[in-house]
Design a protein around this ligand. Structure first.
Ligand code: SAH
Ligand code: SF4
Length: 372
């Protein structure tokens, strides 16, 4: 049983869930001067204070009101996997006793041996996931709830604090389906890209989706040039239907219509993500069809050898097979990457740490072990 807040007081909300325009409205209703909004945002996103009381240039009565009504970041850091300077995975406890995972990937040697200055965070957008892709740990125990915009932003503030490094690249590739949480996602995107907020360039923000076609069209209206990644994982409906139930609702034709629509709104290339699972979607015929689809969309292709998930029997193909698959896609003139580093448990897709923790605490039942 999850404890709930039994108090009759209205539950305070987090200031992290507000954009500049939201806070301007709230302050105007309170009769506060507009410049107080800017001061407040500076304390949160420039000074990175952890307590509202630290906003020392705000009048005492405003500080008191804010402290009584709002809080900042309520994520509790529980566990870290991985050593400093490498990819690290963090487990955070939410106010209702649920858990989410966030991954931090610091600068590494990039293409052509150049040192990359990218510091990437991979954030979760939901607790669990309702889409139940057959290979994925996040969907294994079903869906619990959406994360609020404040909980998405909270992951970023917490990770920057723990890692003591500024983030300059963000991917929505953690637990959950971001496009099924569109309202909170777009609010978080406003804070992430706002000059008054995280101030991360929209081109360094990637939203990944399993293919919710109508929501792709809606997100295309977001004004800043954010990037889109599609978890394709099958080049034909036949293969995709086997592993991604969403494909029954939005088959490839419908998905690609939405992607063409996206392309009319944004200049950046779409990325097609394709995990390679032995004997499931790694037939070389799929590579040729994938290349054709990518070409039609002028998209990039990222091939990712499958990371083993506890309780699932899927396996990654041999390295030579992954290379053969890549070569077919690349030969068609597609910008193609293949991540050949050993997956290890840290790089594994999100959802596993949380699954273990919530199962051990009896919050969720041990997920059914199945591969079909
Ligand atoms: N729901 C969204 C956002 C999550 S992104 C989406 O599916 O796009 C998480 C990415 O990791 C997805 O591309 C997903 O397919 C991939 N993934 C899930 N399980 C994986 C595994 N075991 N090994 C490698 N990639 C995996
Ligand atoms: Fe959900 Fe994405 Fe995992 Fe599918 S791959 S279950 S949509 S998180």
């Amino acid at each position: 049983m999850i404890e709930t807040n039994q108090s009759t007081q209205p539950k305070p909300s987090s200031l992290l869930g507000y954009s500049l325009a939201d806070l301007e409205t709230i302050y105007a209703e309170m009769g506060e001067k507009p410049y107080r909004v800017k001061q407040t945002m500076e304390w949160i996103y420039k000074q990175r204070i952890s307590d509202i009381e630290e906003m020392s240039n705000l009048p005492a009565n405003l500080r008191k009101h804010l402290s009584d009504t709002y809080y900042l970041n309520d994520l509790q850091h529980i566990e870290t996997k991985g050593a400093a300077d490498t990819t690290r995975k963090f487990l955070f406890r939410l106010h209702d006793g649920r858990y989410v995972e966030t991954v931090f990937i610091p600068a590494s040697v990039g293409l052509k041996g150049k040192q990359s200055t990218r510091k990437t965070i991979c954030v979760s957008s939901q607790v669990g996931c309702a889409y139940g892709c057959k290979f994925c740990a996040s969907g294994l125990a079903g869906f619990t709830r959406n994360l609020t915009a404040a909980e998405i932003i909270g992951q970023m503030l917490s990770v920057e604090k723990i890692a003591e490094q500024p983030i300059n690249n963000i991917v929505f590739m953690g637990m959950g389906e971001p496009l099924a949480n569109l309202t909170n996602l777009t609010k978080a995107l406003e804070v992430i890209t706002g000059h008054w907020g995280f101030n991360i360039g929209a081109r360094s923000v990637t939203v990944s989706t399993s293919g919710l076609a109508p929501q792709i069209r809606k997100l295309a209206e977001f004004p800043a040039p954010i990037r889109l990644a599609i978890s394709l994982h099958g080049a034909t409906d036949e293969v995709r239907d086997l592993i991604m139930p969403i494909n029954k609702k939005y088959p490839i034709k419908e998905l690609f219509d939405a992607l063409h629509y996206w392309r009319t709104h944004k200049k950046q290339k779409i990325s097609l993500e394709y995990i390679l699972i032995e004997g499931v979607n790694d037939d070389l015929d799929q590579a040729a069809i994938l290349a054709k689809r990518a070409k039609g969309l002028n998209a990039k292709v990222n091939l990712i050898p499958y990371n083993t998930v506890e309780g699932l029997n899927w396996k990654r193909p041999s390295e030579s097979h992954c290379i053969a698959f890549r070569d077919i896609v690349a030969a068609a003139g597609i910008n193609t990457t293949l991540r050949l580093e050993k997956g290890g448990d840290i790089n594994a897709a999100c959802g596993q740490l949380r699954l273990k923790k919530e199962t051990s605490e009896g919050i969720i039942k041990a997920p059914v072990k199945t591969t079909s």
